[in-house]
Design a protein around this ligand. Structure first.
Ligand code: 6PG
Ligand code: NI
Length: 186
């Protein structure tokens, strides 16, 4: 039996009607931000950092999933809000991102810790090659919204990023967006 095709319209807030919704609050991201004191302070408000609306298929090769992410503006200390970031569980699975609204960028990293930064604004398409971990960062002051399209069997591997982080931090210094070395990265 063939699966049925369909179309959905992403609304102006990045919501995909009928999709599975995931909410990540600051309290879900303990250990991810560099400035632990600023983290504890902001935890009193426990803001939503991002939401994901995912349309996912069974984990079979050849099929595709897609999801929007609404990454809210904010900072922990001088570090901009970001998504947790992950390798794909099947590490050789690539991905495409398409920026819809707001301003930000993607931090990518190889297993050896080589980092790339790709700025994103509405209309930007980012190619995430096989084997690169990826994290998006909101460097603006409105929600940063993008669409991701990825193989249905890619999966998510959060472990190594949770432990080691990225080799670079994306911070605001003197009103400018800067990438600085992560002092905790080994
Ligand atoms: C994926 C995509 C993307 C991502 C979200 C949230 O593989 O599904 O990269 O949909 O999952 O932007 O980011 P985290 O999964 O890193 O929390
Ligand atoms: Ni991914």
């Amino acid at each position: 039996e063939y699966k049925r095709p369909f179309g959905v319209r992403i609304d102006e807030n990045g919501v995909i009607p009928g999709a599975k919704k995931l909410v990540r609050r600051l309290s879900d991201m303990r250990g991810y931000f560099y400035d632990e004191k600023a983290y504890e302070e902001l935890l009193k408000e426990d803001p939503v950092v991002y939401e994901v609306y995912a349309v996912e298929q069974e984990e079979k090769d050849g099929d595709l999933n897609f999801a929007t992410t609404i990454l809210y503006p904010g900072k922990v200390g001088k570090e901009f809000f970001f998504t947790k970031g992950h390798f794909h569980a099947k590490a050789d699975r690539a991905e495409i991102y398409y920026a819809l609204k707001g301003k930000g960028g993607m931090l990518l990293q190889t297993p050896e810790g080589e980092v790339e930064w790709v700025p994103m604004e509405p209309g930007t398409v980012v190619y995430v090659p096989p084997y690169w971990a990826h994290r998006t960062v909101n460097t603006g002051d409105e929600p940063f919204i993008f669409l991701a399209i990825y193989p249905a069997d890619a999966g998510h591997d959060y472990g190594s990023i949770k432990e080691k982080g990225f080799a670079k931090l994306v911070v605001e210094e003197n009103g400018e967006v800067k990438l600085i070395d992560n002092p905790r990265w080994k």
